[in-house]
Ligand binder design. Structure first.
Ligand code: 5RP
Length: 229
């Protein structure tokens, strides 16, 4: 079995009957949907909500009823993949460009669990992925100018669409800007500093949000738990 599928199978064991479950995006989450639909056939009852258009469509295909995010204030559990997660459960979720909705669901959840294969688990973030920000279209010059003042070495790149001419527009009608740091600054301060700039909606840095990570590797499944403060 592939490692993402193994991680997904383990993640499903954390989902209880009669609960509200949030799901993020990606191939690991698609495996979770497939496993869950088998459990539902055996009698499991769940309320579902998703941050992702693709996951939402897959849930509908599998016969789930999916609630709108706007109708939910609390989740029992939120499961999502990531680009990278470190040993302190700080995660980067830049690839999908849907981090604002993902972070909203993560914030609503009693349990936020990251799920992935061992390639995602790193001691420290490397520079393979940028941090991405969602920003108001009107702030397209103001925001990078202010980021550059705080971090002179950062490279800011507006994310373009590869399926149409022009800029990539988020599900919220905003733009995305990738921030490439040659060396990662202090992560504890980074999210707050960037979010403090007017026009920034949200960043893809998930600091102090996840409670657990389920990481599948060649030698088995590793469950990393948040160390209580
Ligand atoms: C995107 C994400 C996704 O959750 C992540 O890319 C999913 O990866 P995979 O397909 O390996 O499950 O955070 O920003």
């Amino acid at each position: 079995m592939d490692l993402k599928k193994e991680a997904a199978q383990k993640a499903v064991t954390f989902i209880n009957d009669n609960t509200t479950v949030g799901l993020g995006a990606g191939s690991t989450i698609a495996h979770i949907v497939n496993f869950l639909s088998e459990e539902v056939k055996k009698g499991l009852t769940l309320k579902m909500v998703s941050a992702s258009f693709n996951t939402h469509q897959l849930l509908l295909q599998k016969g789930f009823t999916v609630q709108s995010i706007a109708d939910v204030a609390k989740l029992d559990i939120y499961l999502d993949g990531c680009d990278q997660v470190d040993e302190n459960l700080i995660a980067l979720k830049s690839g999908g460009g849907i981090h604002t909705r993902e972070k909203l669901l993560a914030s609503m959840a009693k349990q936020f669990i990251l799920v992935g294969d061992e390639a995602k688990y790193v001691q420290q973030f490397d520079t393979t992925y940028p941090m991405v920000i969602e920003l108001l279209p009107e702030a397209i010059r103001y925001v990078p100018a202010n980021i550059q003042q705080l971090f002179p070495d950062v490279k800011t790149v507006l994310r373009m669409s590869d399926k149409k001419e022009g800029v990539a527009v988020t599900d919220n009608g905003n733009y995305l800007m990738d921030l490439w740091f040659p060396v990662w600054p202090n992560l504890q301060q980074l999210n707050n500093l960037i979010k403090g700039i007017t026009g920034v909606v949200e960043t893809s840095l998930f600091y102090n949000l996840a409670h657990k990570a389920i990481i599948a590797g060649k030698d088995g499944i590793n469950i990393i738990e948040k160390i209580p403060a």
